[in-house]
Design a protein around this ligand. Sequence first.
Ligand code: SF4
Length: 114
Amino acid sequence: MKGGFRRRDFIQMSATLSWLGIFSTCVPKSNSTQENTNQTFSGDPCEDFSGISEPEFKVREAFGYVKDSPIAESQCKNCNLWKPPAEGLSCGGCTLFKGPVYDQAYCTYWAPIV
Ligand code: SF4
């Protein structure tokens, strides 16, 4: 069924976050981000996970994050949970988990902008 961010999705997401024991760390502090702050990382900044713990990274995996969306019309940049990059930076973020996020990425919690 195609649709928005439904109550069932919210309950499932909350259960997942509770299971991982990190719900309190997922509350966004701003509306824009680039959370990779390692100044010495020389690769793609959207692949810099050096500031993210293993449990935090598992949250990303639990949500089925992939860096290239398999659905052309559903990408992070048009998701209601997207946090756009801070000015001058290239990676955004997600309200659901920590770390850099590609604008063309996707996860199973994609929700249309309302
Ligand atoms: S598609 Fe998933 S990873 Fe991307 S912004 Fe939306 S909830 Fe976050």
